[in-house]
Design a protein around this ligand. Sequence first.
Ligand code: FAD
Length: 631
Amino acid sequence: AQKLHLLRHNVLSFVSSRTGSDLTRRQYDVIVVGGGHAGTEAAAAAARLGAETLLITQKIMTIGALSCNPSLGGVGKGQLVREVDALDGLCGRAGDSAGVHFSILNRSKGPAVWGPRAQLDRERYRQFIQSELLSTPRLTVLEGSVDELLVSQPNPEEPGHHRVTGIRLVDGSHPILSSSVVLTTGTFLSGSLFMGQTTSPGGRMGDAQSCAGLSYTLKETLGLRVGRLRTGTPPRIVKESVDLSLAQLQAPDKQPTPFSFLNTHTRCKPEEQLPCYLTHTTPGVERVVRESVHLNCHIQQDAKGPRYCPSIESRVLRFPGRRHQVWLEPEGLTSDLLYPQGLSMTMPPELQLRLLREIPALHRAEIRTPGYGVQYDFVCPTQLTPSLQVKSTQGLFLAGQINGTTGYEEAAAQGLWAGVNAGRTALSLPPMALSRTQSYIGVLIDDLVGRGVTEPYRMFTSRAEFRTYLRPDNADLRLTPRGFEEVGCVTLRRYKKAVSVRDGLQEALMALQSVALSSTRWREKLGNISLSENKSTTLNRKQCWTFRIEIYTVYRPHCEKQSREMERIRSEESLSLPSDMDYLSLPVSLSQEVREILDRVRPNTLGAATRLPGMTPAGIIHLLNYVLRTG
Ligand code: FAD
């Protein structure tokens, strides 16, 4: 009955917002601007924390929309999804509900760097996110466009420091007041769309750019430094027009592995999963790209694009003569479209068709919607604290693509953490940070606020120094208890589940430690599970447990070594660093960027060095060893 009541309440909010009735007189604890991957996690997290939250987005129907690729997870990104789930976020469960092709990437490597990934049904994903938000207590959704951030100057003696007090909508209606605002406007800030020689204002095809007033407040009133980035998306192809017999079939895992720690199986049954197909570019593709360069405004722009997800134009021009992979991915269970991953392009539509038809499997391809590019403003994230709050503006949090990242998972992870901190600020609780030794979310935020971005940032396992500990299999044990006990964003149900898993594993490990057997006998006892073996067969309950125990045992020595190193750093915090140290030519493994910062700042102690932007735990260990060695 309570759920029904809530649902009714939220639907009413939803409907009244659409019909323009007077919702806007209220004051909220937290306002989230933007209903994309960052905004939905931020709004849900703030509401879970207990904050009365308002999510304002341009179009309710696009809440949870996948602007580009119909997939979630992957190497590094899958770890983020697991961590968002461990903190009770939405995207993991949405992925389990919408997935139509599940696979674990990187299986040939150790389980620490496996990447859970799924192709998604776009409609199911959107529906799941929307229905979750509708049934979230303390969360109201309003359709509208935010034109202005309201700020005050708390202290006249601190020029340049502000406090956020609310927002104003573009329709000129009453201001909506709030002590915390989370901006998650994605590619919409001063967004421009590109196709061939045509440019138009917009945040995404079919959606207007963010109102100019918002950019003005950020740049002029708050004085924030803003940069420009770009990205693009491929044409969507009519499935029937593709000759799939000329492409290589890529089957999903026989048994889908859910993203969420709450799920034992996915909504899509193993036998219902859809395949992907692999094909390649030909010299004809390169020819079309070269012939169309002068007709392609987007690639002539200076703004940096995503290095690891480049357009076909960038790939061909950077690596001439190469054959490039093209994945033909399903867009959903009932969709008649295919998504050609690897063929993001911005040339005129007629040339896009010519290019596609140079690929044998696509020689009769028909395009439903052409590819296009988008260029947008991002706020340089070094202006944020580790809680994702703007340093100079109390109560203003930024998350997602607005911080210079690319990808749904990176956006969701930041959104969740910004929502947590916006909620805590509104409830007069101190902000919280996640360290890079604890989580990929911590690595992501530390990289952003410490080093900033020069190109769209995406997550990789190589960014995490502690990746043998930050595994996808143990995200619940790493984060869920803290999420409940300290942060307040995890529900009791999930907490109880994580605690029972933790206790069960501890008990099992203690029991096993008292038994001495050869490794062969252990394998027999544990049900013949091997880390190197393909886990595509169904794991029963006992096997799941033994699998987790085996992973834990394999990585334990390494994790213990890392935690001893962290302890060493903590105990040597007051160690003095020589004032005349030549950081630029120090014979230890440190990035050039970190050397330059050390050289400029010249920290007095090791502790001060650990807090420098861009300094990693591995870098500190190298520095510590060097100082101790050279006396
Ligand atoms: P979004 O998901 O974009 O959500 C922003 C939301 O804010 C939207 O709902 C919008 O309506 C709302 N909004 C904006 N301004 C206002 C306002 N003033 N008032 C109210 N609401 C507002 N990612 C990849 O990883 N690889 C790719 O190849 C890739 N290509 C892309 C190509 C295109 C053309 C686009 C548009 C995006 C692409 N992305 C790609 C990026 C991916 O979509 C984003 O990383 C992800 O969606 C970012 O999430 P977000 O929440 O920050 O923003």
